[in-house]
Design a protein. Structure first.
Length: 99
């Protein structure tokens, strides 16, 4: 999971950040369905990224796995958010590139 979070942070900084900043339709037509999908994808993905990073880095600092079950309550919403962000991203890609 550590590698997944690191790769997600890198892709967020190098690919997704510049991509969304250059996405003019959000400013020109903020209520269009493409803009809404892009913003929802970004917000859900950002929350999932932060949640995953907190989980991984707090877990990485532990020597013991006894607190693992306590984090299970946070893991389920994180994977659900990550999956939703992925689905919104695929939907946005399909709209923009006509797949």
């Amino acid at each position: 999971m550590f590698v997944g979070v690191v790769l997600n942070i890198v892709s967020f900084i190098l690919v997704m950040g510049p991509s969304i900043l250059g996405f003019e339709i959000i400013v020109v037509e903020p209520l269009s369905y493409v803009s809404v999908i892009a913003v929802v994808h970004g917000v859900i993905g950002g929350i999932a990224l932060i949640s995953g990073a907190v989980l991984v880095f707090s877990w990485h600092l532990q020597r013991s796995f006894k607190d693992c079950l306590k984090r299970k309550r946070v893991m389920k919403p994180t994977i659900i958010l990550w999956t939703l962000a992925l689905l919104f991203g695929i939907w946005l890609y399909a709209i923009l590139y006509g797949v």
